[in-house]
Write a protein that binds this ligand. Structure first.
Ligand SMILES: N[C@@H](CCC(=O)N[C@@H](CS)C(=O)NCC(=O)O)C(=O)O
Length: 267
């Protein structure tokens, strides 16, 4: 039986999250779970199945005009709505992280965090999103797109990997909203056709963050994605058909790179 289709907001106090279990969606659910664990701040959520286009309905676009998840509504601020991961992470910590457990007070660290979050919005998210598209969802293979966006994703995660060689976390050696912004994307890196093992500092960072109980809870709202690195690794162990398909994909990406001579360069 299909789950009930949300048709409007359901709470009248606190934060209400409208989301789906995607790399952008989990930014919001992870910070909300962290705030819940750190401060006991509860929240309400509703599943917005993007495959059913609930995010394009009028009640939703009145809150999030871009018609995409995640969106939060703060009922304690007169129903103030916030769209876009960076803005959600900044809003929630500005209002509900008084001890700055996941955010910063030093203006230079605030700027550093903004820079990494902006980098995620302008770089990693869009490029990796296109890598997923060209590697997984086109009707017929388009080698130029495959090598362009897989290569760009590799270049970008190479930047994270270099930065993490001498830093435990992205800013101030403290886990923060800067890390949360990119974590959801790195969590589906294997699905995007990129070998996470080739980026050992990034792999260690992903493991550190993935081990946090609040992160695990955040990843399961509304339900755990089948595309996460853990599920992916498990499927490689259990499912021979999946292994064969993934080998085919890796071959097609390698051939596309060869065809166009793509070389990525990270500092
Ligand atoms: N830059 C935004 C992007 C939001 C976004 O692209 N959400 C995707 C899911 S990851 C979505 O809602 N897709 C459905 C659609 O395009 O209709 C953010 O960080 O929140």
């Amino acid at each position: 039986m299909a789950a009930e289709r949300p048709t409007g907001l359901k709470a009248n106090k606190g934060i209400e999250l409208l989301t789906w279990g995607t790399p952008n969606g989990v930014k919001a659910s992870i910070i909300l779970e962290e705030l819940k664990e750190a401060y006991g701040k509860d929240y309400t959520w509703q599943p917005i199945n993007i495959g059913r286009n609930i995010q394009k309905e009028e009640w939703f676009t009145k809150l999030g005009p871009n018609g995409r998840i995640p969106v939060i509504v703060d009922h304690d601020q007169g129903g103030f709505a916030v769209m876009e991961g960076l803005a959600i992470l900044a809003y929630l910590t500005r209002h509900y992280d008084p001890d700055h457990k996941f955010s910063f007070t030093d203006p230079l660290d605030v700027s550093r965090a903004e820079q990494w979050m902006a980098w995620q919005h302008g770089g990693l998210g869009p490029m990796q999103g296109q890598a997923n598209h060209f590697n997984r969802f086109t009707k017929e293979p388009i080698p130029y797109g495959m090598q362009r966006y897989t290569g760009e994703t590799e270049r970008l995660v190479g930047i994270l990997d270099s930065h993490l060689k001498t830093n435990t976390y992205l800013v101030g050696n403290k886990y923060s909203i800067a890390d949360i912004a990119s974590f959801g994307w790195v969590n589906v890196l294997r699905f995007s056709g990129v070998d996470l093992d080739a980026f050992p500092n990034l792999l260690a960072w992903w493991e550190r963050i993935n081990a946090r109980p609040a992160v695990q809870k955040g990843l399961s709202i509304p339900q755990k994605s089948g595309f996460g690195n853990e599920t992916y690794a498990q499927r490689l162990k259990d499912d021979k058909e999946f292994v064969a398909k993934e080998q085919e994909l890796a071959k097609a990406i390698a051939a596309a790179k060869e065809q166009y001579g793509y070389k990525y360069a990270s500092p």
